[in-house]
Write a protein that binds this ligand. Structure first.
Ligand code: HEM
Length: 243
């Protein structure tokens, strides 16, 4: 699977390169790559970015979710990987800062409004409260991801939440974006591999900046069943000239 993510990352870099540093909305190529990974695993095939059915599917998902959305320099990446080297998931161990940034993105820009609803299989007593058999539960994972007792700056983007004094990566008990227990996210590993390889591939290949005249992006999400980003444009300027 990791090999497929690497291939997809290369395709994404090609699509970004074709924009020649001009303003463009990166959400469609990113969504296409993420969907392709799931389709490869589920059906063994994938959609082209121009495929009419794919575009209709994305629009349908966007509408249904709406009704129910960084910039950091590539210095650490440059220090570890040369421009032609393939990026693999194992490289995260040599890039604690990048790894910490990805964790902090997953925490502060958490995509789900609430976790997958579950039904209680038997009577359970928790902290003196009875949760009866049959009760529906919608876990609020934000309550732990933004808990002031667990995070130094709960609402502020701060990669140092995941780094110790020496700059080593540290895991945190309250980092539960994929849920916990027997029914936690089955796609966790795939999501982690994609996030790392896609992000490092793009940051290694491009410098990102806002289009001329744009001072700031509106980071307020569109709230639906997910927290969806508003549409935006950025410029991806290649960092290395083509061989
Ligand atoms: C950043 C990306 C993702 C996040 C934050 C996420 C989060 C979650 C959460 C919170 C749950 C509920 C866990 C619980 O109830 O304890 C879940 C379940 C699930 N996720 Fe994900 N997920 C992500 C990516 C994916 C991907 C890429 C796939 C598929 C390839 C996937 C497939 C599933 C499935 C099938 C379940 C249901 C598991 C079950 O009921 O046993 N997820 N996910």
């Amino acid at each position: 699977m990791e090999h497929r993510v690497e291939e997809e990352a290369r395709r994404m870099v090609e699509v970004f390169t074709k924009t020649k540093g001009k303003p463009f909305d990166p959400s469609l190529p990113i969504t296409n790559s993420v969907c392709n990974m799931i389709c490869t695993v589920a059906f063994g095939s994938q959609f082209s970015i121009e495929d009419k059915e794919f575009l209709e599917l994305i629009e349908a998902i966007r509408i249904s979710l709406e009704f129910g959305g960084s910039f950091f320099h590539g210095k650490e990446i440059d220090g570890v990987l040369d421009p032609s080297q393939t990026i693999c998931y194992q490289d995260r161990k040599k890039m604690p800062f990048t790894h910490a940034v990805i964790h902090e993105i997953l925490r502060t820009k958490y995509v789900l409004l609430f976790g997958i609803p579950r039904q209680c299989a038997k009577d359970v007593e928790m902290h003196g409260f009875l949760i009866p058999k049959g009760a529906f539960i919608a876990p609020d994972l934000r309550s732990v991801l933004f808990d002031p007792e667990h995070w130094e700056t709960p609402h502020k983007f701060n990669p140092y939440h995941f780094l110790d004094q020496e700059g080593n990566f540290v895991t945190r008990e309250a980092f539960l974006p994929f849920g916990a227990g027997a029914r936690s996210c089955v796609g966790e590993q795939m999501a982690r591999i994609e996030l790392f390889i896609f992000l490092t591939s793009l940051l290694r290949a491009f410098t990102f900046h806002l289009p001329k005249g744009v001072k700031k992006l509106n980071q307020e999400p569109i709230v639906g069943l997910t927290m969806h980003p508003r549409s935006y444009k950025i410029c991806a300027v290649p960092r290395f000239s083509a061989p």
